[in-house]
Design a protein. Structure first.
Length: 422
């Protein structure tokens, strides 16, 4: 671990949360969409085993890791018989995004004094591009050395939930409903809930700690599909290629040129959806292109898919003999509609903030969480702040005080739900 200057003055209150977070981020848990294993990478199993061991050491003997890597642990209500009490689920995901390396993460801890933050490798987290820094002066920040992502998405959430578990086990009289701690794998590649029997959780409500800065409450997410486009051409020696070669690379370029530029992430914000090509591989004979389709209005995903299929048809017409396969798969859906089925989910989330004099900020996520899929399967799941910033990037950082606020909000939710029935 790298400690920057000035050395942070961390209160005893925050020490356990910070130490837990620093331990977790140094376990490589990068998800791999091309892997056929479950979970997709072995590091997720490693971190899951650590969590099970720590939960059992707290006295939660039923903590387990299932074959898919999902970690579960639960505490019964101390207010009502378990069959009558509400069941509150806290969820975070173990894996980290494949957008940047998660190997050999070297966290540095600093007390932010203002201005830009220079990382050990020379990269800078600038005030200009990260305006929320202006609200974090005097706060304890955790960054990397600039070579990797940090993994605050979502090991900040994992740490917060583990600290909630620690509090509840060391304070057995703290009023609580049934509480289920749920740590999932491969959320970053859309598989976080794939192995879970959601109705079998018997949850009344769930909360993911997988959000940004202080006070954010997400009540809506994108709906999402994933597309894979395969271009099948014909390769032959270029010296004799006339009227024989069908160059899949050129065909893919032709296809991409037809996608509306104003549908790209770099041209959209707010409620706008987007169509985003993010990976391409192959050669003259064959090219594989991967895209993600995103919009808050699920029905608009059909228009995006139609755009892809029309571009494919026009490209086949332009390249005689070329074959294109378009495969579109659903990933997750906007949680907003599902949350209406259990209004207490949002009511209590907002109330928990108010009890701590934290102004809740309702925001839509231009992305998704495990909560999107949990909600779609009948378990209403808003998403809460966990102090993440600049996620999926070597410029990522987490704020310890914001994580501590999220921990306190979690405890308020436990208290609020303790008097509720199923």
């Amino acid at each position: 671990m790298l400690i920057s200057t000035p050395e942070p003055m961390i209160s005893t209150y925050h020490t356990s949360l910070l130490q837990r977070f620093l331990q977790y981020v140094q376990v490589e848990t990068t998800a791999n969409a091309d892997s056929s294993t479950v979970p997709s990478t072995p590091g997720q199993l490693e971190l899951g085993r650590i969590l099970v061991s720590q939960l059992q050491a707290m006295g939660i003997e039923n903590a387990i890791q299932d074959p898919a890597g999902v970690v579960r642990a639960s505490l019964p209500s101390n207010q009502f018989p378990a069959a009558e009490a509400a069941t509150l689920v806290f969820n975070a995901h173990i894996d980290t995004a494949p957008d940047a390396s998660g190997r050999n993460v070297q966290p540095q801890v600093l007390t932010y004094q203002g201005g830009d933050i220079e990382l050990p490798n020379g990269l800078r987290i600038t005030e200009q591009k990260t305006p929320e820094l202006n609200k974090l002066i005097g706060q304890t920040l955790v960054t990397t050395n600039g070579e990797t992502l940090l993994g605050g998405d979502d090991k900040a959430g994992v740490s917060i939930i583990m600290e909630i578990a620690r509090h509840l086990t060391t304070n057995p009289d703290f009023p609580r409903p049934n509480v289920l701690f749920l740590f999932t794998c491969d959320e970053e590649i859309g598989r976080g809930v794939a192995s879970i029997d959601v109705p079998g959780l018997n949850g009344t409500v769930a909360y993911t700690f997988d959000g940004g800065g202080r006070g954010i409450v997400n009540q809506a997410t994108f709906s999402a599909n994933a597309a894979t486009i395969e271009f099948k051409g014909v390769n032959i020696h270029p010296a004799i290629a006339k009227d024989r070669m069908i160059n899949a690379i050129r065909a893919a370029a032709h296809f991409l040129s037809q996608l509306p530029a104003d549908w790209s992430p770099e041209c959209t914000e707010g409620d706008d959806g987007f169509l985003h090509p993010y990976d391409i591989s192959g050669g003259v004979a064959a090219v594989r292109l991967k895209l993600i389709l995103r919009d808050f209005q699920t029905e608009k995903l059909l228009a995006q898919e139609t755009c892809l299929r029309n571009a494919a048809s026009r490209t086949e017409e332009a390249f005689s003999g070329l074959k294109i396969n378009v495969d579109v798969q659903p990933q997750y859906r906007n949680m907003e509609d599902g949350l209406r089925r259990e209004p207490r989910a949002m009511q209590f989330a907002l109330r928990a903030h108010e009890l701590l004099n934290i102004t809740p900020k309702l925001e839509k996520i231009r992305g998704g969480t495990d909560g999107s899929q949990l909600t779609a399967h009948g378990l209403p799941t808003p998403n809460l702040s966990s102090g993440q910033h600049n996620i999926h990037s070597p410029l990522e950082f987490a704020c310890l005080e914001e994580m501590a606020d999220a921990y306190e909000i979690g405890l308020q939710l436990v208290r609020l739900w303790s008097q509720e029935s199923r």
